[in-house]
Write a protein that binds this ligand. Structure first.
Ligand code: COA
Length: 467
């Protein structure tokens, strides 16, 4: 192992020890065994306290500050594993042996190449779109390029003729309903000859589709980042691991061992997190037996919001707005007085220190040592953490969450703020797909109720008498 990355392992194991000590007096977990359905619970607004399903994939304990994937503690996984191993673990239930890992990595590498999808994507005004919107669009194109879900027979024969003239958009002036406005690229010769190209997937529900998405979201995210910088996407590098290849495609530079390891750990940390909003959104879509591409699209939509994945970008704006460690105290006092939310703090589940923030904060400190541009923001962040924890920690159990240090980490790795949430998706897609696969083994469509508090027996007034 490289000396710098060995240092990271030691640091994480030390952090783990400290975390366990700090919360050792907290009560042992409850509700971790199979239950007899239906189950009686107290449910708060936002489905707080509700149980959506049983799962063996991941566990979060907010009072003890635990995050567990398939029985393994997050600190141990970060110290000893790669994102590929952890993804295999989430999908399959056990860590891979050397042969299984090699074959899994080979599959992910094959799925990195999305030639036609990217060619189509650059035809859209991606540079004007929010990265998450572009990502969702790209996933629909992956679905179209690689699966037979929308059967070939359903395509009108006219489409081939339309495809022969790339500049034309066929339209009927008086629609008869049998021809759709269509624009299609011709399949390139290189694609046909490309032996490494993955085979067409017969359906969009299984493990292959999940692996396709786990790899594809990374390629799409990097391509969107490049297009936003007014450059063409960078071809994936077969010789790099998932994290290194992501950084390479995003920045055009091969990362140092330290950068690669920190990106890898960040991907592990964001891979799964219980029944969070985006995971639930993707499972709700899957429960209708819609395919996993649509499920992941729903996850991306939910992750985009500032109360979920969008918070890390907001954190950076907050730090820039504060501008100086000396201004932190007055800024915090004012924000609390205005009843404002401080981005990167607080969590629905964690009422102790978020273990992911503990790890990322420490790793960000290693990275900023070399980065004069980001160091001032890190100094403000450290001060902000101290101030918020001293004012709201004991009183409201508000501590930094994963988003607080992820933006600083990504900035040091050369990633633009507008791409932070998409990077979160690169990682979380492994949790979304694992949870969807697991849920489908014993599927029941999600259908909660709303408490109707509206009126009854209203009479319809004719339109011209309504005010
Ligand atoms: N800054 C200041 N106060 C906060 C806060 C924050 N970031 N997060 C929560 N609080 C306060 C609320 O004002 C509320 O106080 P009150 O009881 O006096 O009204 C109390 O803590 C409970 O907050 P609430 O919004 O009800 O918690 P929640 O469980 O519904 O929301 C979050 C959880 C994550 C949405 C919320 O903490 C938040 O908005 N954080 C900032 C956004 C963020 O970092 N999101 C990333 C999550 S990983």
């Amino acid at each position: 192992m490289h000396e710098e990355t060995k240092e990271i392992t030691d640091i994480i194991l030390e952090l783990a020890q400290r975390a366990r000590q700090e919360t050792s007096m907290e009560p042992e977990p409850e509700l971790t065994k199979s239950v007899q359905w239906p189950v009686q619970l107290t449910i708060g607004p936002g489905l707080e306290g509700a149980i959506a399903c049983e799962s063996k994939i991941g566990y979060v304990n907010g009072t003890k500050g635990w995050l567990v994937y398939r029985g393994y503690d997050i600190f141990d996984l970060c110290a000893h594993c790669t994102f590929e191993e952890v993804t295999y673990l989430l999908l399959n239930g056990s860590l891979p042996d050397a042969r299984e890992l090699a074959s899994f990595k080979k599959k992910l590498i094959r799925y990195r190449f999305l030639n036609k999808t990217l060619r189509l994507l650059v035809g859209f005004p991606i540079e004007e779109m929010n990265a998450m919107g572009a990502l969702r669009l790209g996933i629909n194109m992956m679905r179209q390029e690689f699966t037979n879900i929308d059967k070939e027979e359903a395509r009108p024969a006219t489409i081939d003729a339309i495809g022969s003239d790339e500049d034309s958009i066929a339209m009927e002036t008086a629609p008869k309903g049998d021809i759709r406005a269509t624009y299609e690229f011709k399949q390139s010769e290189t694609d046909k000859k490309n032996k490494g190209r993955p085979k067409q997937l017969d359906d969009g529900h299984g493990m292959e589709a999940c692996c396709h998405l786990i790899s594809g979201v990374s390629t799409l995210t990097a391509a969107i980042a490049k297009i936003h910088q007014k450059h063409m996407p960078i071809e994936p590098d077969r010789n790099l691991g998932h994290a290194a290849n992501l950084l390479y495609m995003m920045t055009g530079k091969k990362p140092t061992p330290l950068e690669e390891r920190i990106m890898d750990i960040s991907l592990i940390l964001h891979a799964d997190h219980g029944m969070n909003a985006s995971t639930f959104a993707s499972m709700v879509v899957a429960s209708t037996l819609s395919d996993v591409y649509f499920s992941v699209g729903a996850g991306i939509g939910a992750l985009n919001g500032p109360l979920h994945g969008g918070a890390n970008e907001q954190v950076l704006h907050t730090l820039m707005e504060i501008g100086d460690p000396g201004r932190v105290k007055s800024w915090v006092d004012q924000t609390i007085a205005d009843k404002g939310k401080i981005m990167g703090f607080g969590h629905r589940v964690y009422k102790a220190y978020d273990p992911r923030a503990r790890i990322l904060g420490t790793l960000a400190k290693l990275l900023v040592k070399e980065n004069k541009k980001v160091k001032p923001l890190f100094d403000i962040a450290e001060e902000l953490e101290k101030e918020v924890v001293s004012k709201l920690g004991a009183q409201k159990q508000i501590f930094p969450n994963v988003d607080f240090y992820s933006g600083i980490t990504y900035s040091c790795l050369g990633i633009d703020p507008e791409m932070f949430t998409a990077i979160f998706a690169v990682s979380r897609v492994s949790g979304w797909t694992s949870r969807v696969l697991e849920y489908l083994e014993n599927n029941r469509i999600f259908r909660p109720r709303a408490l109707y508090t509206g009126e009854f027996n209203r009479k319809i007034v004719p339109i011209n008498q309504r005010s």
